[in-house]
Design a protein around this ligand. Structure first.
Ligand SMILES: Nc1ncnc2c1ncn2[C@@H]1O[C@H](COP(=O)(O)OP(=O)(O)OP(=O)(O)O)[C@@H](O)[C@H]1O
Length: 243
């Protein structure tokens, strides 16, 4: 099983002095505090931290789903800070793919249609690539199945094929194995590792220390801050890890 290949190494990003606050006054939650982070293209990054430490918020400001309150954000060569999320649709369409914990597939569409609909909605990619995309995630024989007829791991693999259909520079995955058992989770992690080895940036949020060992770089968060960024010169092979 391997992710589609691509030319060039892509998907670097840089955040400087990024803050994000939810709510106001006594109800204010400082979800991100003075975030500084620079990641070169093509890396697999794990964001590791306790519940509520800001991992999802960090992923969402990188992906342009949420806007930061202050600071500078550049992703895949595009400066996205100071823009409202509503104006970031084109940036997301052209540069970013998303994978969620609970897959977010459309239940009334088959696996192939779930991938094709992304191509239709964004105008990026080519419908004729759908079989190749499903083959790359090992699901050629499930193209006509609906999500309810697929296992959790298979649904997550469809969602990765969907995310890659637009040929994004950067793949953002929020707890992609959180709803999966170890064996199926491992196949998903292999795909993420293959995706970065093929030259895309990948950022994966996880609670799990073992999962983070497959990353080129581990970013630890606590209480809205980055507490450490560690470069891993010999990442574990996703196919070999156990947790
Ligand atoms: N829309 C929102 N409105 C108010 N507070 C929010 C909102 N989204 C997140 N928060 C708060 O911001 C903080 C960071 O949340 P975030 O979801 O980024 O953390 P996380 O590390 O991803 O947590 P988890 O591992 O539980 O998903 C938390 O205190 C959370 O309660």
């Amino acid at each position: 099983m391997s992710a589609p290949t691509t030319t060039g190494v892509r998907g670097g990003f840089r955040l400087e002095g990024v803050h994000k606050v939810y709510g106001t006054g006594e109800a204010a939650v400082h979800a991100l505090r003075d975030i500084n982070l620079e990641i070169p293209p093509g890396e697999l990054v794990a964001v590791l931290g306790a519940s509520g430490s800001g991992k999802t918020t960090l992923l969402n400001v990188i992906g342009g789903i949420e806007s930061a309150d202050s600071g500078s954000i550049e992703v895949a060569g595009v400066r996205i800070s100071h823009r409202r999320p509503s104006s970031l649709g084109r940036f997301r369409r052209d540069h970013v793919g998303f994978v969620f914990q609970f897959f977010n597939l459309i239940p009334s569409l088959t696996a192939a249609e779930n991938v094709a609909v992304m191509i239709e909605l964004t105008g990026r990619g080519d419908r004729r690539d759908v079989p190749r995309l499903l083959d790359a995630v090992g699901l050629s024989d499930r193209a006509g199945h609906f999500p309810a007829q697929l296992s959790g791991g298979q649904q997550q693999r469809v969602s990765i094929a969907r995310a890659l259909a637009t040929d994004p520079d950067l793949l953002l995955a929020d707890e992609p194995t959180g709803a999966l058992d170890v064996a199926t989770g491992r196949t998903v992690l292999e795909l993420l590792q293959d995706t970065s080895r093929a030259g895309r940036g990948v950022v994966m949020v996880t609670h799990n220390e073992v999962v983070s060992t497959i990353a080129d770089r581990v970013v630890r968060t606590s209480d809205g801050r980055i507490t450490s960024v560690t470069r891993n010169d010999s990442p574990a092979d996703a196919a070999a890890i156990r947790w």
